[in-house]
Design a protein around this ligand. Sequence first.
Ligand code: C5P
Length: 214
Amino acid sequence: AKSGPLAGKKLVISAGGTREPVDPVRYVGNRSSGKMGYALAEEAVRRGASVRLVSGVTDRPVSFGVDIKYTETALEMFAALREAVKGADALIMTAAVADYRPEKPAVDKIKKGAEGLDLHLVANPDILASLQGDFIKVGFAAESRDLMINAVKKMTDKNLDIIAANDISQPDSTFGSDTTRLTLFFKNGRVEELPLLKKQEAAARLLDEISGLL
Ligand code: C5P
């Protein structure tokens, strides 16, 4: 059996970005690196948790001791997480889920023409808002302005216990960076401003807080 402060706890973590197909060769995607989610998964394993990582697209190497399920689109990630949260103690959603997907991906490769191309997008479901249950819910928010107002609104709308907000207008706290400057907002109103930290250290601080709620 595993030992450590999170022994016996089941954590579900999502990481990376989603890819929404346009045709068999193109997609709509984003710049998520997956570093924060993988760092959380590794740190949680180190603390004895059983970890299910639902990974979108990333170039991160597989982490030892982490049970990884790879997904590509938001809908695939949603299906995988719906299964994964059964019996979970906490869900930590670091994935950058595409808000929109092409309505009807072309079956054949789209040929170029002289005119432009209109791409019609439809909304993806909000995974974190939709998944409800007897587990701690933690979300991430990347904001370029009005950090507190936007983060607290998301915490309420998605019914979260904690939201980790990240000011992406700062060059040291952005997509792909090894460091991050997180502000944690708690359901009870507490605010914890973390300094600039390596993502591994930020993961440790966030897990300390989550452990306190479990
Ligand atoms: O609303 P916004 O995308 O800024 O919220 C970010 C948080 O919600 C992240 O934790 C992200 O993983 C999650 N999310 C989600 N499904 C979406 C969009 C975001 O679970 N469709």
